[in-house]
Ligand binder design. Structure first.
Ligand code: BJW
Ligand code: ZN
Length: 291
């Protein structure tokens, strides 16, 4: 059933204040204000780049060189980008001082709002911790990167994962010209940027970006399902809601009687009926509405 969405800030704050379990689902629009390309719509990455070749396990198997050059380029962009006002507004939402001001009823609950981001740029983590973005533990229980992280690599042989913020990951990727890099010169497990002394992580296997490609199961699905079960308010920020399973979260929350608030520059008709809609760049609407 289609509801008429409200854009009234005060009524939204009233709902926020009485909510006991808040989830924020974020997508590429959250980082658009930081200069990071979205995937779809005008200027979207998948308009000029083929996701079948670049964001599937098959594409990587077929041509790991092409995929690595693509991710190296985007890694550089992420390294040069900074969290924007929307990242900061969401980060401060998870601080108890902010919460008790705008949502007094949340004080008694032990868990702060959970930010589930589909973005791989680490900007939400950096907004939580400040630079350098190394300490994942500070984000525990507050942030889930469901499509992985562009700074993390995973060994295709031993599965060892590692987070590295230096660039390039190996000298072959320094080359800006597109070329066929021999597989032996691509990032390898225990290669140039490897440090540590685990029994894993030095097997020499081919590394891949630790992101979630089409056909793969997103991270943290168990925890996400559990939190969605209890969620009484879902904020949907800057996602086209075309990619599953994230695209189904709003319907899940609605089906359990929760409310949904959308923050986006547009509101397509086929979207699940939102209770609130705040149209405009989220780097403007979020600070204003959560103010
Ligand atoms: C602003 C703004 C501003 C702009 N302020 N707003 C047929 C039917 C149903 C499902 C399938 C199907 N065929 C295949 C599938 C499954 C598939 C899928 O959903 N495909 C669809 C395309 C149909 N999904 C999968 O394969 C997923 N896995 C899976 O389903 O496993 C099975 C499973 C089932 C059940 C439970 C668990 C598992 C995996 C999906 C992996 C997605 N990977 C990518 C790439 C990540 C790595 C990389 O970046 O290289 O993830 S694709 C890309 O899309 C990326 C994003 O996270 C994801 C979502 O995009 P997002 O964030 O919504 O961005 P946009 O660009 O689409 O939208 C931007 C929005 O922002 C717009 O609304 C703008 O208006 C707005 N905006 N500027 C506010 N300033
Ligand atoms: Zn390995």
């Amino acid at each position: 059933s289609q509801t008429t969405a409200s854009s009234d800030i005060q009524s939204f704050r009233d709902v926020l204040a009485s909510s006991k379990s808040i989830i924020i689902l974020a997508g590429a629009g959250l980082s658009a204000g930081s200069g990071i390309q979205t995937y779809r719509g005008g200027g979207g990455l998948w308009n000029t780049q083929d996701a079948d070749y670049l964001a599937t396990p098959q594409g990587f198997k077929e041509n790991p060189s092409r995929v690595w050059q693509f991710y190296h380029h985007r890694r550089e962009i992420c390294l040069q980008s900074q969290p924007n006002a929307a990242h900061r507004a969401l980060a401060s939402l998870s601080k108890l001082s902010t919460l008790s001001r705008i949502a007094p009823s949340l004080k008694e609950t032990s868990s702060p709002p959970l930010l589930i981001t589909q973005n791989i740029d680490s900007l939400s983590l950096r907004a939580l911790d400040g630079l350098p973005p190394a300490v994942k533990t500070a984000a525990e229980g507050r942030l889930l990167e469901m499509h992985g992280c562009i700074f993390s690599t995973r060994c295709t042989s031993c599965q060892h994962t590692q987070c590295t913020y230096t660039s390039p990951l190996c000298s072959a990727l320094l080359d800006t010209k597109e070329r066929d890099i021999p597989i032996s010169e691509l990032p390898r497990c225990g290669g140039e940027n490897w440090s540590g002394s685990n029994r894993y992580g030095k097997c020499g296997g081919l590394l891949r970006p630790d992101v979630v490609w089409f056909g793969e199961i997103p991270n943290h699905m168990g925890e996400i399902a559990q939190r969605l079960n209890w969620c009484d308010l879902l904020l949907v920020v800057g996602t086209s809601s075309t990619v599953y399973p994230a695209a189904g979260f709003a319907a899940t929350v609605k089906a359990r009687g929760g409310k949904v608030a959308v923050f986006d520059i547009e509101n397509p008709k086929d979207r699940v009926g939102a209770d609130f809609i705040f149209l405009g760049p989220c780097e403007e609407t979020l600070p204003e509405v959560l103010g």
